[in-house]
Write a protein that binds this ligand. Sequence first.
Ligand code: NDP
Ligand code: KPL
Length: 311
Amino acid sequence: MKIAVYGSGGVGGYFGGRLASTGQDVAFIARGDHLKAMRQKGLAVESINGDFHMASPTVTDDPQTIGPVDVVLVAVKSWQVPEVALAMRPLMGPDTLVVSLLNGVEAVGQLSAVLGQDRVLGGVAKIFSFIGKPGLIRHIGHEPTLMLGEQGGGSSKRLDRLAELLEMAGVVVECPAAIMVEIWKKFLFTTGWGGLGAISRAPIGVLREEPATRSVIQACMLETEAVARAAGISLPADIIGRTWAFINGLEPAGTSSLQRDIAAGRPSELDAWNGAVVRIGQHYAVATPTHDLIVSALTPLERRARGELNF
Ligand SMILES: NC(=O)C1=CN([C@@H]2O[C@H](COP(=O)(O)OP(=O)(O)OC[C@H]3O[C@@H](n4cnc5c(N)ncnc54)[C@H](OP(=O)(O)O)[C@@H]3O)[C@@H](O)[C@H]2O)C=CC1
Ligand SMILES: CC(C)(CO)C(=O)C(=O)O
């Protein structure tokens, strides 16, 4: 199979790297200093599962030079999806699969709107990874897992083939019955503390112990649950309790990518995380006052990071 990885950062670089290092035909799409470093020195992955290095990966910033592939793994940030959905057209053959590995609940729909719903699969990446420096991906924390699924649920031959390919590369893969429910479960988790962490600048170990922030997490999760139910997503009845159990087991020093991006003054996925809860809530007339406040409080920093405000 020929695979293209659109966005070769923490997620794309890690999972694409696993595939490439086990002999799969992988083309990485990257840009800027990361592209330059990958061209000059290859792609290195430092991982708790063992480090590896690809001396001369296929890497480009131009999908035209790759041509049609069997699978595109999409791992850019949320605000970059509309642009890359259009730019990946040269990668499309009649049966090309496009797999969204993004956080947030909107990327699958955005990709489907441009490329066709039939070819877009949902995915959930469970990993802690980031670009350590150009040309280097650092994976820390737990064993990475990819959840994959057809948008309409159920199994299919193409899904099985993709899962098998990833498993051969040493990736743990799960194919749940309903991937869109899994995407929302992770959304409830990340939006429960992502924006709050960015405001308070405290890691999850503090956010979950301090009564003041613990109650904000609870409020965020209840609002996201109400929005999900209004949108027709069948979250389990005990989703809040399950998510707390997961949060309580996290490494205390953990922070979300949203928090790290905002702390570093980089553009973040605020609009696709807490912002999306507010937006989708408005669509279904579900009140989301806690997420509203979080988005309002972080908007000046977000706009500054995007060069729209100067202070
Ligand atoms: N990292 C993690 O641990 C996890 C992340 N996720 C989710 O996965 C998604 C990806 O995150 P992550 O891998 O951390 O993000 P990164 O920023 O590390 O990687 C994305 C990469 O894509 C590049 N890119 C964006 N647009 C283009 C383009 N048009 N052409 C070429 N390259 C492009 C970016 O370049 P540039 O920097 O120049 O924009 C960047 O190098 C997000 O939705 C995130 O929330 C999910 C689970 C865990
Ligand atoms: C699960 C978590 C919070 C950690 O990688 C994540 O997905 C993110 O930070 O984007």
